[in-house]
Design a protein around this ligand. Structure first.
Ligand SMILES: [Zn+2]
Length: 171
């Protein structure tokens, strides 16, 4: 079963971050999300997927590393997942097939030409899956925007992100 990050998790390893950001995301994950969003936009479809990686904690709180962006079916040719908030469960099920240890640290979805924000429905989707934790990346391939939000007591709030080069991952 996929493990979804939440604040009550007792097994969060301690590791001090070098840069004060909430989410450290790999170039590969960024490029997969943008590619997915662009393919969807070409068909006028919003798309969604999940971010998997690891959760850490330090004296400033919880932060996450996202290594991979995955979508339903987890096959490169299934690029056009039509956006439907009920798909979240289907995505979680699809992750059962992954054969490595991972934590779902968040999700992403695209907007087409309206900019990056969390709609009321987006906030509800986030809260029902992640509660007050987890990350939501919103991509608008038409406006060429990308923003990241994190779960909070108020639903979601904008978060800070650092992109890490995929081949120079720190151990
Ligand atoms: Zn949205």
């Amino acid at each position: 079963m996929p493990r979804i990050t939440h604040h009550g998790d007792q097994n969060i390893p301690e590791r001090k971050r070098m840069v004060n950001a909430d989410l450290f995301i790999s170039e590969a994950a960024i490029s997969d999300m943008i590619g997915h969003a662009e393919k969807g936009a070409a068909e006028n479809s919003e798309v969604m997927g999940l971010l998997v990686g690891r959760i850490y904690g330090d004296d400033k709180g919880i932060y996450a590393e996202a290594d991979k962006a995955v979508t339903a079916g987890l096959h490169a040719d299934e690029v056009s997942v039509r956006f439907d908030h009920s798909d979240m469960t289907r995505l979680f099920d699809a992750l059962d097939d992954l054969d490595f240890e991972y934590v779902i640290v968040g999700w992403y979805h695209s907007h087409i030409g309206i900019g990056c924000f969390m709609s009321e429905t987006d906030v509800q989707t986030h809260s029902s899956a992640f509660g007050e934790s987890g990350f939501a990346v919103v991509i608008d391939p038409v406006k060429e925007e990308l923003k990241v939000f994190k779960g909070s007591v108020n639903g979601t709030e904008e978060a800070s992100m650092v992109v890490k080069e995929s081949h120079t991952q720190m151990a």
